[in-house]
Design a protein around this ligand. Structure first.
Ligand SMILES: [Zn+2]
Length: 557
């Protein structure tokens, strides 16, 4: 708090806004990072950024070395970031190393990478680093003529030459995820994100895409990106935390989507605006106030980041040179307005939530208003402002709990007094009685106006464990909606005693009858996690999120 003026610190303390990762504000102020694996293929790897404290690896010559480096890059960069790490186009950049290898060898290499990321438990004091990997079904058109880098960092033609290898690596990766770990549990990392582009939505790729839906039906861990809507451009990166970078900043996909990330976001408590505003106009007055707080906090955070990078030299992995330039490109990082509880704000104002068409219209107007401010700031400051659907793991709980005390007569939230929570961002409440197509229609409209990050959650019931029914949903989402990023989540239970994996939230093992040590898995706001339901589990979801889990309406056919 020492770095923040009183009025901004107060706004956080009183729950009008939420400043995320406060403990990292001073020393590790940058949120997340999209890597460019090609740079490490060309120049080798210094995990400390300088080579002063660690061995320096040259450009990799073999796929095993590259797998090892891929993992080390993520772990090393984690020391410099407060949020997640991602590698998109991963299998395209790895492809030149797979030429001529038998499929088993590719499988082994990919499994090694996946296990490494999941077993790096010590790196963050008992937390596995938050990693995401983007996989392509084929080489995207925009990359086909780009120079490809292979063993020894040498140029080996263009990426269009490695179509076959791209497909084999994707297949090996997906098969490894379907297999799970040696106990049959899902690999929770990396968050694996599959790109659906016009290039791969053809009969030739049906089998590959089906396999991924099999993974989705089994574990619910896969994410999908829909590249068909126009606002997605040629290339758009996401990661499991849902931050998003599209080639609409400078227009160059490399500059706009790699070696940068979300600098930070600050979340606004929208329901509180709903309680305070006496009419629609006042909503926008309050929004102006809240947004100006967010702007001030983010500008201070950015100043702090520049100091950490350039003056205090605290982030050597990011400042290391690749060629002539620093690896991390802060000038392309996003500063984002986050928000929680649009639904409850609308209910407080109009008596109805997003499910009501008139309320929804006001909802769209509110988010568009924030979006307009972001655009205006872009031209005023030259910085990359955006709007994000906050992944509000603790914020939705914190805001609702504080507002229950502060606005006892007006409070509108989910759960009860022991476990209150607001609905995430512009999502429809999780216990909605709407049909899945109706929910898709409403939430889809918010994706083009939340370009800093968004996600659509489809919480699937047990009748959707059939990959074909998920495939047909995917077909509808890609061709008929503006949804950019989504996941099919299904609740799983795992018996710690006899290692049986079950569908749904089970309190008793169907195999051995165990009742105490049954762990639950589901997607928390972003990614699949252990819930902390087993008796001896450590950590787990907060009370608000656990309540939300029980409230989730799961779609059945
Ligand atoms: Zn059991």
């Amino acid at each position: 708090f020492n770095v923040l003026p009183h009025n901004l610190a107060d706004a956080h303390m009183n729950g009008s806004v939420h400043i995320h990762d406060l403990e990292f504000f001073a020393g590790r102020p940058l949120n997340c990072l999209q890597h460019d694996l090609r740079q490490f293929i060309k120049y080798g790897l210094k995990v400390d950024g300088t080579g002063d404290h660690t061995s320096v690896a040259g450009a990799p010559n073999h796929i095993e070395t590259l797998m090892n480096h891929s993992g080390e890059i993520m772990l090393a960069a984690q020391q410099n970031m407060s949020g997640g790490l991602a590698m998109s186009l991963w299998n395209v950049f790895v492809a030149p190393f797979a030429v001529g290898l038998p499929y088993e060898k590719i499988q082994q290499a990919v499994e090694m990478f996946i296990f490494n990321l999941n077993m790096a438990y010590a790196a963050r004091g008992g937390q596995v680093p938050f990693t995401s990997v983007g996989l392509e079904f084929t080489v995207p058109d925009f990359l086909k003529n780009e120079p490809a880098y292979g063993p020894g960092g040498k140029q080996v033609g263009v990426y269009g030459d490695f179509e076959k290898e791209v497909r084999l690596i994707q297949r090996a990766f997906t098969e490894a995820l379907i297999k799970g770990d040696s106990e049959g549990k899902p690999h929770l990392f990396p968050n694996t994100i599959y790109y659906l582009r016009k290039e791969c939505l053809t009969p030739e790729f049906t089998e590959d895409i089906e396999r991924v839906h099999f993974l989705s039906a089994k574990f619910g861990t896969a994410y999908f990106i829909n590249m068909l809507p126009k606002y997605m451009g040629n290339h758009t990166n996401y990661m499991g935390c849902r931050t998003r970078f599209s080639d609409d900043w400078t227009g160059d996909w490399d500059t706009d989507t790699l070696r940068t990330g979300n600098l930070a976001y600050v979340t606004m408590n929208l329901p509180r605006i709903g309680y305070n505003a006496r009419d629609e106009n006042e909503i926008f007055d309050y929004l102006d106030d809240y947004m100006s707080i967010v702007e001030d906090v983010l500008m201070i955070r950015r100043e702090r980041a520049l100091k950490c990078l350039n003056d205090y030299k605290l982030l050597p992995f990011l400042t290391q040179k690749v060629g002539d330039d620093p690896y991390y490109r802060i000038e392309n990082s996003t500063l984002s307005f986050g928000f929680v509880g649009l639904n409850e704000m609308l209910m407080a104002q109009t008596g109805a939530g997003l499910e009501n068409p008139d309320s929804n219209k006001l909802g769209l107007k509110v988010i568009q208003y924030i979006n307009d401010r972001a655009s205006q700031l872009k031209s005023e400051t030259g910085l990359r402002w955006s709007v994000i659907q906050t992944p509000a793991e603790s914020t939705a709980y914190r805001f609702a709990t504080m507002d229950r005390e502060k606005y006892p007569d007006q409070i509108i939230c989910n759960g009860d007094s022991s476990a209150s929570y607001y609905t995430n961002s512009s999502h429809v409440p999780v216990d909605t009685g709407m049909s899945l197509p109706e929910k898709i229609k409403i939430e889809s409209e918010y994706h083009p106006i939340t370009r800093g990050g968004h996600i659509f959650h489809a919480f699937m019931g047990e009748s959707y464990s059939n990959p074909d029914s998920l495939m047909s949903l995917t077909d509808k989402i890609t061709h008929k909606t503006d949804i950019g990023f989504w996941a099919y989540s299904s609740a799983l239970s795992f018996c710690v005693n006899c290692k049986t994996l079950m569908k749904g939230l089970q309190s008793k093992c169907t195999h051995c009858g165990e009742t105490q040590e049954v762990e639950w898995y589901d997607r928390i706001t972003g990614y699949v996690q252990q819930v902390g339901h087993a008796k001896n589990a450590s950590g787990g979801w907060n009370a608000g999120k656990k309540q939300e889990l029980l409230d989730r309406n799961r779609w059945e056919k």
